[in-house]
Design a protein around this ligand. Structure first.
Ligand code: TYD
Length: 207
């Protein structure tokens, strides 16, 4: 009986882990694409874990509250993003990758480079700090959209009080994402239907 169990276990498909990250400015449809890709890879028989940053853990929750109340300093915010990510890496990302699962994230440290970059921190320094504790993804999909389309998708209209501020911030984020040139970075035109965007992404996923 024992011997049979061992053979059955050895005969199980032995998948390689895959670490996939979606990035892009607000309004590009990242969460929709995370869901579609998870469905496709599950249909291929893979174990898929989806998650997002900031997380729903205590640090991520404080960050969301701070976005509404503006109570934290930029430095406190940066520290919390790093603490949130460390916990995410240790409790979810590394264990899932170690058992051969696919991990798909909505945002990772490239967002810290972009968004905390706007707040005056050096994106290269942020990356250096993160690479000390956060594993590099196998694939990063940067969903690209022109600013007018992104702003209208997130409900910011021309001439609105915060329109200029938001446009300026998103432009700076876009510039940080545009500066990334690692082999694992893939830029995807997000100005298509969700199905078309998904198709473009699936073509880049190894079988
Ligand atoms: P977002 O993906 O828009 O989540 P939700 O739709 O739930 O609001 O992310 C929330 C915000 O957090 C977004 O504006 C980007 C910001 N952010 C940072 O400033 N730094 C980071 O490191 C991350 C991961 C996100």
């Amino acid at each position: 009986m024992r011997g049979l169990q061992v053979r059955v276990l050895l005969g199980a498909p032995n998948f390689h882990s895959m670490f996939i990250v979606f990035e892009g400015i607000d309004g590009t449809g990242k969460s929709t694409q995370v869901g579609l890709l998870a469905e496709t890879l599950r249909a291929r028989g893979r174990e898929v874990i989806t998650s997002k940053e900031p997380t729903d853990g205590p640090h991520g929750t404080r960050l969301r509250q701070s976005a509404e109340t503006g109570r934290l300093s930029s430095q406190e915010e940066l520290d919390l993003f790093h603490r949130d990510r460390k916990e995410h890496v240790e409790t979810l990302i590394k264990p899932a990758l170690a058992r051969g699962a696919v991990v798909i994230l909505d945002r990772y440290f490239f967002s810290t480079m972009a968004y905390q970059g706007i707040r005056g921190f050096d994106p290269a320094e942020i990356r250096r700090i993160n690479e000390e504790f956060a594993p590099l993804p196998d694939l990063v999909f940067i969903l690209e959209l022109d600013l007018d389309t992104a702003l209208s998708r997130i409900g910011v209209r021309d001439g609105q009080a915060n329109e200029f501020e938001q446009r300026d911030a998103l432009q700076k984020c876009h510039d940080v994402f545009a500066s990334l040139d690692d082999d694992f970075i893939h830029r995807i035109d997000a100005d298509q239907t969700p199905e078309e965007v998904h198709e473009a992404i699936v073509k880049l996923i190894p079988e």
